[in-house]
Design a protein around this ligand. Structure first.
Ligand code: HEC
Length: 113
């Protein structure tokens, strides 16, 4: 006769099932934010310039991106721009993380152009 799951086990299952949804909706963890910021400087910077002021790829500074929406930028980050050097990053960056990066580019910490 199969034994019924105990209540704590059931709650644990529900929690585990919800985890992916939670990680989508929430901003990246502080640890992940550090990784993403590093990625932005190293990987994105290799094309967009060390200070993201342009190189092979266009400048990603606040002033250069005026008029763009967070969603538009996140879309380019995830999908890339077909036919250009801009690669898609969806294998490395989650949708919520792309939104966070786009927000960082559009609303950089003060002191940056
Ligand atoms: C191999 C070079 C390369 C790398 C690496 C790269 N990009 Fe790009 N990116 C480009 C190019 C080239 C374009 C311009 C595409 C076009 O002509 O529309 C671009 C365009 C963009 C745009 C759109 C800008 C606009 O004005 O609409 C965003 C946003 C962007 N990149 C973000 C990133 C981010 C974030 C990363 C790192 C995760 C990254 N890129 C890494 C080459 C690169």
């Amino acid at each position: 006769m199969p034994t019924a799951l105990t209540l704590p086990t059931r709650l644990l299952c529900i929690l585990l099932a919800l985890l992916p949804c939670l990680s989508q909706a929430n901003p990246p963890s502080p640890e992940r934010q550090r990784i993403l910021t590093h990625l932005l400087r190293q990987e994105c910077g290799s094309c967009h310039g060390l200070k993201l002021d342009g190189g092979l790829g266009p400048a990603l500074t606040h002033s250069a991106l005026t008029g763009r929406t967070i969603e538009q930028l996140a879309h380019v980050i995830l999908q890339g721009r077909p036919g250009t050097a801009m690669p898609g990053w969806q294998a490395f960056i989650q949708p919520a993380e792309a939104l966070w990066l786009a927000d960082l580019l559009l609303n950089p910490p003060s002191g940056q152009p």
